[in-house]
Design a protein around this ligand. Structure first.
Ligand code: HMG
Length: 425
């Protein structure tokens, strides 16, 4: 109980930190320093970040990187990536270079529909409900007119409003299922405002509205990206055999959920990194992607691969509800910069770029897994992290990087090499 607090949100940032340090760290001043060393000296920028969320006490940095050399639909891109895991950006960059000399990536948005639902309970006669819904349908458009006005001007708005009977799944449960086009915005606020207005209009004593909310499952906000080349152009040696192994790796992910989850995690390494860099909501993207991977009733790979008539083809199909306006996209200076780096893409173009980032990541992982194994490249990239943990100087770091150039990196091997270096000095 000594750790509970009332009115915490009303305290100033300093007071919050004092409470934290007193309550959990025995008034250790060092803790304050750890927290404060991440404050930005630019106060305007710090205030901006403070206000993104609540009870902010510091900033948590995630590296911001760029992966050059992507060729997508004939256009060159340098892709911004925000991620804490080593080797992801290197892998993306490597794969971008690889496919650039083989025609690059092609990508196409299949559809851009988003969904929101008013969930309600109703115990009465089904026909009466249907009639009531039909009598209200025009009013739903009318009561949302003010909200949808600007979106309609841009070419979006409400596409469809349906009554759905879900009583087989849950007794007395129905939905008003609404389909939206939100153009360049992710549209969460727009969708939720429309839904709440619709729910309000649908009120009736025998209808119990439970909630009105957008769905992050957007199987009709879908993008396809692919690469292809002659099998012989895929590997320097044993191309036929290695290409087959690559395809088998995808087939295994389709057959075995344990593998599919890791396979898709690798895809999300690339996707989340660009989603975060561009100020989009990676939790929404993650939830939607994994639901899509399970759409057959079994969790499967989000990518596919084939070899037909000597041509290797590798592709991804993934739902991505993204925005290039609204939310943090233009508010966070680095998201704004990311979008500028991508030449201010439309939401559709961003869907294509991000699907490619996911495909590239999966290509890198599968190619490594089916040839050298993942650890070689991963540990090569992780080497600098281990060196830092050991507290090595710049000179020692340079020596160790050089030493491991042609050796397998393991944590132990680095520790041993470092110890030996210290002893030899
Ligand atoms: P390499 O062939 O040793 O690299 O690959 P290299 O040193 O010969 O350099 C070639 C190019 O790679 C460079 O060209 C860069 O594009 C890139 P350059 O810039 O010199 O013209 N590159 C780098 N870019 C930036 N910084 C670097 C860097 N090093 C190379 N330091 C590499 C090394 C790690 C890229 C390769 O081994 C690889 O792609 N491995 C796969 C790594 C991977 O997939 N990591 C994801 C994390 S593991 C995971 O969580 C997912 C997983 O479980 C998913 C699954 O199971 O499916 C694996």
């Amino acid at each position: 109980m000594g750790k509970s607090v009332h009115g915490f949100s009303k305290l100033s940032k300093h007071e919050k930190i004092n409470w934290l340090v007193t309550t959990f760290f025995n008034d250790d001043e060092k803790i304050k320093k750890v927290i404060q060393q991440y404050w930005n000296t630019n106060k305007v920028l710090q205030y901006l970040h403070d206000d993104f969320i609540e009870n902010t006490i510091s900033n948590f940095y995630i590296p911001f990187a760029i992966a050059p050399n992507f060729l997508i639909n004939g256009k060159e891109y340098t892709i911004p990536m925000t991620i804490e895991e080593s080797s992801v950006v290197a892998a993306a960059s490597l794969v971008a270079k690889f496919w650039r000399t083989r025609g690059g990536f092609s990508a196409k948005v299949i559809s851009t529909k988003k969904v929101g639902q008013v969930h309600f309970m109703y115990k009465g006669n089904k026909e009466e409900l249907k009639n009531y819904f039909n009598s209200k349908k025009e009013d739903f458009y009318k009561v949302t007119e003010n909200i949808t006005k600007n979106m309609r001007k841009r070419g979006g708005g409400i596409l469809d409003i349906e009554l759905r009977d879900k009583t087989k799944e849950l007794a007395n449960y129905y939905q008003i299922h609404v389909t939206f086009e939100t153009m360049d915005s992710m549209g969460a606020n727009f969708i939720n405002s429309c839904l709440e207005a619709i729910a309000n209009e649908f009120k009736k004593p025998d209808i119990q509205i439970v909630m009105s909310i957008l769905s992050n499952y957007v199987p009709e906000c879908l993008v396809h990206a692919e690469v292809s080349c002659k099998v012989e152009d895929l590997y320097a040696e044993n191309s036929e055999e290695l290409a087959q192994k690559f395809v088998q790796a995808v087939q295994i992910a389709n057959a075995e959920p344990h593998r599919a989850v890791t396979h898709n995690k690798g895809i999300m390494n690339g996707i989340d990194a660009v989603v975060i860099a561009t100020g989009n909501d990676f939790r929404a993207i993650e939830a939607g992607a994994h639901a899509y991977a399970s759409r057959s009733g079994k969790y499967k790979s989000l990518t596919n691969a084939s070899i037909e008539n000597g041509i290797f083809k590798f592709w991804i199909e993934i739902p991505l509800a993204l925005g290039t306006v609204g939310g943090l996209t233009k508010l966070h200076p680095l998201s704004k910069l990311s979008l500028e780096l991508l030449e201010n893409p439309s939401a559709k173009e961003l869907m294509e770029i991000i699907a490619v980032a996911g495909l590239a990541q999966n290509f890198a992982a599968l190619r490594a897994l089916t040839t050298t194994g993942i650890q070689k490249g991963h540990m090569k990239m992780h080497l600098t992290n281990i060196i830092k943990q050991l507290g090595a100087s710049e000179e020692e770091k340079a020596f160790l990087i050089d030493y491991f150039e042609h050796k397998t990196v393991t944590h132990n091997a680095v520790v041993e090499a470092y110890k030996k270096l210290a002893k030899d000095k």
